[in-house]
Design a protein around this ligand. Sequence first.
Ligand code: SF4
Length: 327
Amino acid sequence: MTGDLVPIAFDLPGEIERPRSRGRGGANRSVPIDHARPPWLKVRLPSGPAYEELRRLMRAKSLNTVCDEARCPTIGEGGGAGTATFMILGETCSRSCGFCAVATGRPGTVDHDEPRRVAEAVARMGLRHAVVTSVNRDELPDGGASLFAMTIQEIRLASPGTTVEVLIPDFQGDPGALDVVLAARPEILDHNVETVARLYPRVRPQARYARSLEVLRRAKAGAPDRLCKSGIMLGLGETRDEVVETMADIAAQGTDVLTIGQYLRPGPLHLPIERYWTPDEFDALRVEGAALGFRHVESGPLVRSSYHAERVLAAAPHARTAERDGA
Ligand code: SF4
């Protein structure tokens, strides 16, 4: 899954979860209360020339962006900041994470021309940094790893100066699939842990906490000169102790960068928001992350997986240099 995209969802306008009743079908009920979202989560609707150009180009090339598929609340920032996130391997996911806006079902056939079209779009937009992610494709022998590698290679050919980040699924723990992606040498290898171990059965029923940690460990061991990154979202019922424990587990795998954001519900059928963490709490976790040894931590209510990618690269310039040397 890549959608491990996760921290990229937002709740429907005017929807917020009241305390849930477990009696008589009361679970997961939502009640429209427009004013209930805390002020630090008010976001502008996407607009502006960069956003419109991004959408037009995506439609023309039959490409998907995470912005659209996952309803990213920071959608307006992508193109304008010289970055954009492309979702390859279709719009339908073989998994059913409770927080994700991407449709679950039987994925279609693999479009082997997609990497070329992604690279064309990256070049046309003149992106400084491209993020490539995908739905989960558990039915494919390599989980879609070869299409990730092809996409990285095509972007390199079309835009040699563009840095590439891949937000990958767990490939069901297949080390060979991960190696295929690492061999294409993306500047940043991102795999999101998403939530604390206790909540996995409810939040990521087809994923495994230990397996995701192992993906991070193998990624760093296999490409120590690349940046390895992960992300978690808050608001699904985790405790602070559990969050810090998860951060420590991720750091122990050698992961360089961590993103922490607020879970926002994509729609009434998705997992409810149990709590809004405050900006001060996010700030405290950033400090905690630095103490745990991360090179860079982005922590805030609206932080998403590919948030401020340029800032992340600036915090670890060796990754960019290594790519140029190794390309
Ligand atoms: S449902 Fe699929 S695309 Fe969404 S987060 Fe889960 S694995 Fe990723």
